[in-house]
Write a protein that binds this ligand. Structure first.
Ligand code: SF4
Length: 352
């Protein structure tokens, strides 16, 4: 029996930050009411963390908290995708791959998991198959209708990406894309120091998880670029410039962005933010750190988890940006003062 209510709950975590422009347009076109979980709070973090083992990475704990939030709101159908492989031999981490099983096992309650699998390696399940699986429990099988919804998804997604590439914030780009608009700011703000922020979207666009890092860097007078500022071609180009083979699904947004920004002369420093307990990130970051030396770029590596204190986080950002300013001043001077020559070119900090 198809599910009667055409309502779908989407946790505001993990793949939300990659695919929500596409998914929102897709479901809306098919007549769904979408209910999002609330923004992450202390409660989301503590409730999510309480249901999984301590070693689990922060984004998964956050995701569990968002599923709990949707159940608390009375949402009956919750979309929990299993994104296994996004291209032949390109895989996600085991936690993202096994997300529906993980949620089924740890979150008990009266709700349906709307499960769909994307697997372009072993099962040959591409985007169309993935989306069909998501709507079949609601009795939607009309191929033409699904194709139309996919088209709407791509239009919104592309509009969103164009605005992000022109420096708009995530929330504003999503808002305008949902309104069917593309708004480009013609006045480009210039700042003295430019920084590349290398991290997963779900770690930096969740303001609670990352303590609103964009606002903090802005208040330090730093202009921030990240993977969302780049086109797919630029990200692939970035991978080539640091000679990395693609294996992880999110390697483009990490290693690709890092490679691109490391060789960009206007970028003064690189900040990587990773979640404690993330296997793929620890491998990627090691590689990025080694390669950054060839490009002579200062690099700050911050590791976050649910215990990360805001004061310590801000202090590290301030110290790093201060160093970038001093380095820049020193480069522009022929006579150096004592404070200008104390430069650090690579330091790693675990903020636990
Ligand atoms: S890629 Fe890392 S941070 Fe993201 S869900 Fe997997 S283990 Fe966690």
């Amino acid at each position: 029996m198809p599910l009667k209510e055409k309502t779908i709950g989407i946790p505001r975590a993990l793949v939300y930050y990659n695919y929500i422009p596409f998914l929102s347009a897709f479901f809306e076109h098919l007549g769904f009411e979408i209910i999002y979980s609330d923004y992450t709070t202390k409660k989301t973090l503590s409730e999510g963390s309480s249901l999984v083992v301590t070693e689990t990475c922060l984004p998964i704990k956050v995701y569990v908290g968002h599923v709990l939030n949707l159940i608390e709101k009375g949402v009956k159908n919750i979309f929990v995708p299993s994104i296994q492989s996004v291209a032949p031999k390109i895989y996600n981490c085991s936690k993202i791959r096994g997300l529906p099983d993980l949620i089924r096992n740890v979150v008990k309650g009266e709700y349906n998991i709307i499960e769909a699998t994307l697997d372009k390696s072993e099962k040959n399940l591409g985007l169309v198959e993935f989306l069909k699986q998501a709507v079949v429990p609601f009795g939607i099988k009309d191929e033409n209708l699904i194709q139309e919804a996919i088209k709407e998804g791509f239009i919104r997604y592309n509009n969103f990406r164009v605005m992000m590439q022109h420096g708009m914030s995530f929330d504003n780009a999503l808002k305008y894309a949902k309104e069917g608009k593309v708004v480009i700011n013609s006045t480009k703000s210039e700042k003295d120091v430019n920084v590349a922020l290398i991290a997963h979207g779900y770690n930096i666009y969740d303001k609670r998880v990352c303590m609103d890092v964009f606002k903090k860097l802005d208040s330090l007078g730093v202009k921030v670029f990240n993977a969302y500022s780049l086109t797919e071609e630029q990200l692939k180009d970035g991978l080539n410039s640091i000679d990395v083979d693609l294996y992880w699904a999110n390697q483009l947004e990490m290693s690709g962005a890092a490679g691109y920004f490391l060789r960009t002369p206007d970028i003064d420093g690189v900040i990587t933010i990773t979640a404690f307990g993330c296997g793929p990130d620890s491998l990627m970051i090691e590689d990025i750190k080694r390669k950054s030396k060839n490009f002579n770029k200062p690099l700050l590596n911050l590791t976050i988890d649910e215990h990360t204190g805001e004061a310590g986080f801000v202090t590290r950002l301030e110290a790093f940006c201060d160093m970038l300013y001093r380095k820049k001043r020193a480069q522009n001077k022929t006579v150096f003062s004592n404070e200008d020559i104390d430069l650090v070119d690579d330091y790693s900090i675990n903020l636990r």
